[in-house]
Each structure stands twice: as structure tokens, then as C-alpha cells.
Design a protein around this ligand. Sequence first.
Ligand code: CP
Length: 318
Amino acid sequence: MGMSNTSGEYQFRQKHLLGLSEYSREDILFVLEQAKYFREILDRPVPKVPTLRDKTIVNLFYENSTRTRLSFELAQKRMGADVVNFSSGSSSTKKGESLKDTIRNISSMKIDMVVVRHESPGVPHFLTQCVDAAILNAGDGAHEHPTQALLDMFTMQTTYPDLKGKKIAIIGDISHSRVVRSNIIGLKKLGAEVVLCGPKTLMPVFVNDMGVNVSYDLEETLEWCDIAMALRIQLERQGKGTEFFPSLREYHERFGIKRTHLEKYPDFKIMHPGPINRGVEMESEVADSERAVILDQVTNGVAVRMAILYLLSGGTRI
Ligand code: CP
């Protein structure tokens, strides 16, 4: 399967979306370009197209989700797909069935695409070896969350159509974040400058190899950036709780975005992948301010997921 851009030179040849590390700069720009059509469709009185009416998709969620799961499901239904949802908590996983057996049984029901979220890194890659369906990674442990980064970049492009040279700060729990990894990979491919900011204890060694800068000073970071993306403090992935900093109150004191920052640095936009810990990553007034594009990210997520489903389905009817 190959789909070209208007010049006819580029061909989209991906079969899966496992991570942005497997996607070229051209692939990413092509997905974002397609997403513009779907974003426009979402504003129509009847926001539906029959693009996936001959496709059956399973959403395989082994980890909690609100945004990603609903967004994928809505995208699939907006495109006319037959959709089935799997939650590990109410499945035969509880009786001891393995992931491999689960996916092979589901696949026997003639599934075209699988959207998977799992707490273990590499599960989407593993599934490509078990079934023929297109696999879309909806978040695998602390590894990648490619559709989140795509929707983040799409949202950034609504303010800055060309992200080359744009200054993006990503603030918070870098160590445990799949969102940061996918964003760094994608943003670097699009030529953005990335600074990571957070406590030293939440700054992993892998950042040294990713072409980003690190700051431990929130003030200098907010003064520098065009966009500040705050990341959730992932207490569920931090062992005994706040062992990486003295307390949530102290974390907020040093790294939380506050209303006073909006007044002091009048230009930067605020993003957050959600779910937000209000009063930790940012004050409530910041999350609800006009400078925040957090709910735009959620709306754009449906369009971006429609675009990637369309491209990976090999369909041609928008
Ligand atoms: N941003 C994100 O992945 O949110 P959910 O965990 O609610 O899907």
C-alpha cells in the first residue's frame, strides 16, 4: 500500500503505528496534513464519512484510559467502522489467558486493525508477530504514545504551522513518560528545539542521546519557550509514591505553572496530555485559562486518529 502527496514523489508505506521512531519526517508531516481534512469533517453538521465501513477494529485496553480510548472509538465510529472494545478487567485475562492467545482468538473473528494500550513496553511490536492486522500503539508502558505526540504536534501547528526552530518546553515527570519520548522523536524530526525541565530525580539518562537540552529552572524555561507542555506526575509508576521529590506541594512550588507565570511571561501557550493533577502540574486557573489549549488537544486527537486509521486501512474514500 502506498499513498502519495501532491508532488507524487512521497509514498506512505507504513503498515502499523508502533512508535514515531519508525516514522520518517515525511510520514509525520503526511499524517498531520491528512488530519486537517478530518478536523474539517468534525466541524460539519453531520461529522461522518464512510471511509472505514468495511473495516472491523478492536480496541484492546489493558491499562486505564479516558481520552485515548474514547477518541479512538469516536474516530472509528465517525468513519463507519465496526468497533469492538476489550477491557482486560472484564475479560478472560482474569482467568489466566495469555496476551498471545487473546489476540489470536480475537483475530480469528476477522479483525482488520488493533488499537492496543498495555503497561509493558513492546507489546504492540509483539502483536505484529501474532496477527496480520494493522497494529496501532495507544501507549505501551513508558515507551511510546505516538498518537498523543501526533495530536500534540497537530495542535502546535495551529499556532505555528512550521515547527522548525520553535521552542518547546516539556515539564515534569520525564522518566515515566511515554508522551515525552514520542514528542521528542517527532518534534526533533520536524526541527523544533526541545528543552526538558523537571526534578533531577525524574530526568532519565536517555535524554543525553536524544538531542534535547535540560533545565532544572522553571523560570528560565518559561521565559524561553513558545509552548510549555506539562506532564502528569505518574504516581502509579513511581513505586512507593513521592520518593522522587519530598512532597507534591514542594513539586508544585518548584515546577508547577502558576497564574503569576502567565502574567510574567505573556507569550507561551500551555499544553497537557491529560489527565491533569490540578494544583500539582499547574494551578487550576492556568489549566482553565485562555492560554491553555488542552481541550483543543483532545478535539484534535479525534481528527489525528481518523487520519492514521484512514492511512493504515489503505482506504481511498474520504
Ligand atoms: N493522554 C492520555 O493518554 O490520556 P488517557 O490515559 O486518558 O488515555
